[in-house]
Design a protein around this ligand. Structure first.
Ligand SMILES: [Zn+2]
Length: 63
């Protein structure tokens, strides 16, 4: 483990050749069947700097 393998074709699982990135997708072309397929640019990132939902502020009981 530790070696980065090229993405495989969803059809024949052949090796994908990087075509380039378009937006958030990386495009590859299968070397076997020639089909173009895309993968998300960011593989696994649990921490997404998304907009946090507005949290209702907890108000403490004030006497
Ligand atoms: Zn293929």
């Amino acid at each position: 483990m530790g070696t980065r393998r090229p993405p495989t074709c969803p059809l024949c699982q052949g090796p994908g050749i990087a075509l380039g990135s378009l937006g958030r997708l990386h495009w590859y072309r299968c070397r076997h069947c020639g089909m173009d397929f895309s993968r998300a640019a960011r593989p696994k990132k649990p921490h997404t700097p998304a907009v946090q939902p507005a949290r209702p502020t907890i108000q403490e009981h004030q006497a």
